[in-house]
Design a protein around this ligand. Sequence first.
Ligand SMILES: [Zn+2]
Length: 213
Amino acid sequence: MQCPTCHAPLETPLACGECGALLAASTSDPFELFGLPQSFALELPALRKRLIRFSRWMHPDYFGSRTGPAGEALRLQAEKNTAQLNRAYELLSDDFERASWMLERAGGPGESEERAMPQAFLMEVLEWNEALEAAREAGAGSSERAALDALAATLAEQRSQTLDRVGQLLAPGNRRERDDLVRIRRELNAVRYLEKTLTEIESLRVEQASSSR
Ligand SMILES: [Zn+2]
């Protein structure tokens, strides 16, 4: 990737850090927009640093002082590029969304096409749902509510293990058949379930904390 204006190598297809040119990117690939190789493993602080640096190059205020139709066009392009960069950041910084995007890019099923969870996971889901239901009914201050701490720790551990597996399955160079892609989606459905359940537990804990005050 080279800047069409000054020919400097580009770090992002949205703008040139060297000469300040705003560019209309021909891609919507969030990894490409951040100048990164497609990989599930991602250093969040490094991504954040790129977001801040690139945002400066395309900040609408920076182009706001130029008047006339050309100035207006620049400002609109700056807004568009900033929005595109922010959307890509939202997607890449979310483990589930990043994996889900990579899976669909590899030809795998979307969330609405494959709704099942891994078989081995289902028995545990039944158990967890029961514990959650019991805690909800028992109300604040009960031992069932106190047991939620351990449950949350278990679910968080499961989430991180499942994401590790997904990361390995999505690693570049891995040959993947249709069955493998479906399997990855099922693992991701498990991640979705775990995140949803962790949020529910969190809200029950907040209730618990406010009632024991
Ligand atoms: Zn340039």
